[in-house]
Write a protein of this length. Structure first.
Length: 310
C-alpha cells in the first residue's frame, strides 16, 4: 500500500486510477445495454439487467476495481460496523437511507455494501436524462426518472400530483424481477455548518430531513422492499468529508454504522401532500430516525477526537 506518500501525490494517483475504473465499467455497461436492446426475449433482457448490468458491472467490475485502488493507496479501512449483517440479502430489494456529507458518499456506499446488497439505484430528476454519459448510464441501469411539477402547475391541474407516482411505479415494475438498492439522501444536499445554520436545522450534525421524498419512495415501491438499511457516515477525524480528503487517505478512518429496519407498512400508501394527519405521523417517524443519527454522529466524532488526541 502507498499511504506513506504525501497527500497531494495520493490525489494525483487516485483520481486518474478511479477515472480509469469508471471508464472500464462504463464500457462494460454500454456493452450490456446494447445487448439488452438487441435481445428479443424478455427473460433474456431481465437476465442481462440483473446479472450483467447489476452484478457483473455494478457490484463486479466497478466495485472490485475501486476496491483495488483503495487498498493500493490506503490499505484496509477501520471501524465499519454493520448491525444485523446476516439479514442483508443481495437477492432482495432494499431502501437505503443515509446522511449526506461528501461527493465520496456514493462510491463509499458502493464499496461498503458492494457484495452485501444489490447495486444502487436512485430516483432521478428528468433533467439528468440529457446529461452526457451520466444520462446514458442511468438509462442503461433502468433508473426511474421523475419530472417535478411546480406548485402553480399542480394548482392549475391537480391530476399532475399523482402523475409522478404513477409513472415511477410503472418504471419500478421491472424491479420486481431485478433486485436493487434504492438510495435516498434525505437531506437533499451535502451537510455543512453554514447550510445547517441557514436552514435552521435543529440538529448538530445534520440538515433537516426531507420526508416527502422518502414518502414518495415508500409509496412507489414499499411492498417491494425487504427492509430499510439505515446508514450513518462519519468522516473522522476530518470534520466534514471532501472528495479530496477521501482520495488522499481520510477514507481509511471513515466510521460507518448501519442497521436494518422493517418497512413501516402503516406509512406506505398514505397521502403525504394532502393528509396533514398522515404527514405529521410520517414526519415524526423520520425525525426519530434523524435524532438517533444525530446522537450517533456526535458520539462518533467525540470518539475520533479522543483517539486522535491519544
Amino acid at each position: 500500500m502507498l499511504r506513506w506518500l504525501p497527500a497531494p501525490l495520493l490525489i494525483v494517483l487516485g483520481f486518474p486510477l478511479l477515472l480509469i475504473t469508471l471508464l472500464i465499467s462504463f464500457a462494460l455497461l454500454m456493452l450490456g445495454a446494447l445487448l439488452k436492446l438487441l435481445t428479443p426475449s424478455a427473460r433474456g433482457r431481465t437476465w442481462l439487467a440483473r446479472y450483467w448490468l447489476g452484478a457483473f458491472v455494478g457490484n463486479g467490475s466497478w466495485w472490485g476495481l475501486n476496491r483495488l485502488v483503495f487498498l493500493l493507496l490506503h490499505g484496509p479501512r477501520r471501524d465499519i460496523v454493520i448491525e444485523g449483517e446476516l439479514d442483508l440479502d443481495p437477492g432482495k430489494t432494499w431502501l437505503l437511507v443515509c446522511n449526506h456529507q461528501s461527493y465520496a458518499d456514493i462510491p463509499l456506499l458502493v464499496d461498503i455494501f458492494g457484495r452485501r446488497l444489490p447495486f444502487t439505484r436512485f430516483f432521478l430528476k428528468q433533467e439528468l436524462l440529457w446529461m452526457p454519459v451520466i444520462g446514458m448510464a442511468c438509462v442503461a441501469l433502468d433508473m426511474p426518472f421523475v419530472k417535478r411539477h411546480s406548485r402553480a402547475a399542480v394548482a392549475a391541474n391537480p391530476a399532475l400530483r399523482q402523475q409522478d407516482l404513477l409513472v415511477t411505479r410503472k418504471a419500478c415494475e421491472k424491479y420486481r424481477s431485478i433486485p436493487v438498492t434504492m438510495v435516498n439522501f434525505l437531506e437533499g444536499t451535502r451537510f455543512t455548518p453554514a447550510k445547517r445554520d441557514a436552514k435552521g436545522s435543529p440538529y448538530r450534525n445534520l440538515l433537516k430531513p426531507k420526508a416527502a421524498g422518502l414518502s414518495f419512495a415508500l409509496n412507489a415501491m414499499g411492498e417491494q422492499f425487504a427492509g430499510i438499511v439505515d446508514v450513518t457516515l462519519c468522516y473522522a477525524p476530518s470534520r466534514y468529508g471532501t472528495l479530496g480528503g477521501f482520495l488522499c487517505g481520510d477514507q481509511r478512518n471513515i466510521k460507518a454504522r448501519a442497521r436494518v429496519l422493517p418497512v413501516p407498512m402503516d406509512l406506505v400508501g398514505g397521502d403525504y401532500q394532502d393528509d396533514p394527519v398522515f404527514r405529521e405521523r410520517f414526519q415524526d417517524w423520520v425525525n426519530a430516525l434523524w435524532e438517533r443519527k444525530d446522537e450517533e454522529l456526535t458520539r462518533l466524532k467525540a470518539e475520533a477526537l479522543q483517539t486522535r488526541a491519544t
